[in-house]
Write a new protein. Structure first.
Length: 239
């Protein structure tokens, strides 16, 4: 019996890894973000308020959208991304085959979304098996706005990121008609990094120091605005 369950669990893990690979390819081709959200970063951006004990409840697995520490080990469907997760994943999958009880996971609740504090592998196996709910000890964190879905959470993060981006670049002071509109969390941080790199290359070209304001204006005129024009002219980006 243990030999069979080990074999079945190994096959399950290999299939899950394969699905994760193809999901990653599909997400890249579609320009989608398929990563789990990092809880500490989300809490910081939302300026979430103090937390309190929410007790033991069943939570919908499809509402679990992030993790405290394992957001690089699983994708948004909680499929395993790394072989380092294999040992723990197999032991939990075998427990399902052998009808063994597993302890509740621990999650942070932000609105109607959840982030795993402990039990990422249990969520991964449960979701892979088609389980809809999972027992969880809940720590409720107060969100500044109602959040009922992953989409609402991402929209709110993007709006906060946009405000931060405009504050840090002062782009509207430099280019009053500028428009920078992104829809995925984390993309504005990437633009800030692009500007820093652009500033460095400007310094090399000019063989001298370049101010942050000069770099922002040049990046918008020579890189971002031109790229948007090309995308619109080819129909990739709507007006």
């Amino acid at each position: 019996m243990p030999t069979n369950t080990s074999h079945w669990a190994a096959e399950d893990f290999d299939r899950a890894r394969q699905r994760a690979f193809w999901r990653h390819i599909a997400a890249r081709l579609a320009g989608r973000d398929d990563a789990l959200l990092p809880f500490d970063e989300v809490r910081s951006r939302l300026r979430a308020q103090p937390q309190h004990d929410g007790g033991l409840r069943q939570v919908p697995i499809d509402k679990i959208v992030g993790s405290v520490s394992r957001y690089r080990d699983f994708d948004r469907a909680f499929l395993p991304l790394r072989n380092t997760t294999r040992g723990r994943w197999l032991s939990i999958d075998r427990a399902y085959y052998e009808d063994l009880d597993l302890p509740p996971i621990e999650v942070y609740q932000l609105g109607e979304t959840y982030f795993v504090r402990d039990g990422n592998h249990r969520v991964s196996v449960a979701r892979d098996r088609g389980q809809l709910f999972i027992d969880a000890w809940i720590i409720e964190v107060h969100a500044p706005v109602p959040i009922t879905s992953l989409g609402e959470l991402e929209d709110w993060i993007c709006r906060q990121d946009a405000v931060d981006f405009m504050d840090r670049t002062r782009l509207l002071e430099l280019r009053p008609d500028a428009r920078v509109e992104l829809t995925l969390p984390g993309q504005y941080q990437k633009l800030l990094e692009h500007i820093r790199v652009h500033r460095w290359f400007m310094g090399v070209e000019q063989a001298g120091p370049v101010t942050w304001e000069q770099a922002v204006a040049s990046w918008y005129d020579r890189v971002y605005a031109d790229l948007v024009d090309v995308m619109r002219s080819t129909g990739v980006l709507a007006e």
